[in-house]
Design a protein around this ligand. Structure first.
Ligand code: CU
Length: 489
């Protein structure tokens, strides 16, 4: 967009150049090339801020002048899907978790309009860590459903900042998803890169355990104990995996704006198979280089940058690793392009790092205790639906989405002669695990399948789904059949 030269710019600059006393302070100022203090940067025109949903970010600030920036943010309380079959009522800034990304530059004067949708049940507010003022705006923005609050602030410090709701009980508002990021670019903007993405970790506390079906209520006691059932990037399990994976091309420079809303946990942010060329530590001015894992505190952020050198699927995790494979803190960056055998020679296997999911696994053995079940499937269709969700959450990492398995590692379930030959054996494998040599469709496998801690109902659903998919023999497995195998020890 075209800008007219703002009128306070020229006289101040001439003053700077003309007076020796001013000159030294003008040159010394590193974060602003003309003004001593960012508070003195004048704003020229008015502009409506572009807001984006994760994982996207608004257009870079570049060389634009400081402006009066109107931010229009609507709070929405709405139901969303935490993982297949599990619903949650999220409280959101702009309809998504994390909330809309706000992009500003130092010197901007933000006029913040916080709207609380009339269908919402609760009052909310906003505390932006980029604000110098009481409560970071919280005190002036407390807004009831069906109302709008307006306050303004001058953006003084560059960096990547968290914003969140600060209405009592604060922890509960944050735990329901009320957080997001506001970026303040320095004068002249951040250096250009090829791709930028917005990622934010959060922990969720539900009455049912991970993967329990149905609408799950918030569990205050688990939140106080800091024992989340879900630790996720961008609000739910799989927000950036499979078809929703982030994408890039070999040779591109990637910048990730990574935040942590908490409320409880800190994040050991890591990209499997990449090294961060640059990290803006804590989202501030300090730049660290050649970093493997960067710590992101609850209520904090970091900007990480790296060049992708080879194709493949790179997995973003919280390296507190059970959170990644059992609670959802896992995202994917799919990189396409030419291989470079010098940088990396090996075979790149796509999809093997999918979450292991809901189920506690143990090494194969003869015993199994039935975990408690919540929701029973009432019809065959429902059984297939529940079974598919369970398969996608539990078995897919090894047996793959269409049951095709992975050559010489995980046997196929699609058209598997081994599976179709013996239902009781299949039930036993899911209950107790399996190790030792087996032959499936003429190929030998000698590996380990861990025991899956599933209820009778869940085993019957998942196996019914498997038997009625991908050209298998269409058997229906009942909970009674599973119970019989469980007791036969
Ligand atoms: Cu709130």
């Amino acid at each position: 967009m075209k800008l007219s030269i703002n009128n306070t710019f020229i006289p101040k600059m001439m003053l700077c150049l003309g007076a020796a006393a001013f000159l030294s302070s003008c040159v010394n100022e590193k974060s602003d090339r003309i003004y001593n203090r960012t508070v003195d940067i004048p704003v020229s025109q008015e502009m409506i801020a572009e807001l984006t949903s994760p994982p996207n970010v608004p257009t870079p600030v570049g060389r634009r002048k400081a402006k009066k920036l109107i931010v229009d943010l609507e709070i929405q309380e709405r139901e969303g899907e935490m993982t297949g079959g599990t619903k949650y009522i999220y409280w959101t800034f702009g309809g998504t978790v994390p909330g809309s990304f706000i992009r500003t530059r130092v010197g901007d004067e933000v006029e913040f309009h916080l709207k609380n949708h009339p269908d919402n049940k609760l009052p909310h507010n906003i505390d932006l860590h980029a604000v110098n003022g009481p409560g970071g705006g919280a005190e002036s923005s407390f807004v009831a459903p069906g109302h709008e609050k307006v306050f303004s602030f001058k953006v003084l410090n560059p960096g990547l900042f968290v914003y969140h709701c600060a209405t009592a009980p604060v922890g509960m508002h944050i735990a329901n998803g009320m957080y997001g990021l506001i970026l303040v670019e320095p004068v002249g903007g951040l250096p250009p890169v090829d791709r930028e993405y917005y990622i934010m970790q959060g922990d969720f506390y539900t009455e049912g355990k991970y993967g329990a079906r149905g609408l799950q209520a918030f569990d205050m006691q688990k939140a106080i104990n800091e024992t989340p059932d879900y630790v996720v990037f961008n609000g739910h399990v799989g927000a950036m995996t499979g078809d929703n994976a982030l994408t890039a091309k070999v040779g591109e420079k990637i910048r990730l704006f990574v935040g942590n809303g908490g409320p409880g946990l800190v994040s050991s942010f890591h990209v499997i198979g990449e090294i961060f060329d640059k990290v803006h530590v804590d989202g501030g001015d300090l730049i660290n280089e050649n970093v493997q894992t960067t710590l992101i505190p609850a209520g904090g952020a970091a900007i990480v940058e790296f060049r992708v050198d080879v194709p493949g699927t790179f997995i973003l995790v919280d390296h507190s690793i059970f959170r990644a494979f059992n609670k959802g803190a896992l995202a994917m960056l799919k990189v396409e392009g030419e291989e470079n055998k010098v940088i990396y020679s090996g075979e790149i296997r796509d999809g093997i790092y999918l979450p292991e999911g809901s189920v506690i696994q143990s090494m194969p053995n003869g015993k199994s205790k039935e975990p408690k079940e919540e929701v029973k499937a009432l019809s065959f269709e429902e059984k297939m639906k529940f079974g598919k969700d369970k398969f996608m959450a539990t078995c897919v990492a090894c047996h793959q989405a269409n049951g095709q398995g992975i050559e010489s590692a995980f046997p196929p379930l699609a058209k598997s002669d081994y599976l179709n030959a013996d239902v009781d054996r299949a039930i036993s494998i899911v209950l107790h695990g399996k190790t030792g040599e087996i032959t499936v469709n003429g190929k030998k496998y000698n590996s380990v399948m861990t025991a899956q801690a599933l209820s009778n109902e869940e085993v019957s659903n998942v196996l019914t789904y498997v038997y009625n998919s991908w050209g298998n023999s269409k058997k229906e497995v009942t909970p009674e059949m599973v119970e019989a195998i469980r007791n036969q020890q």
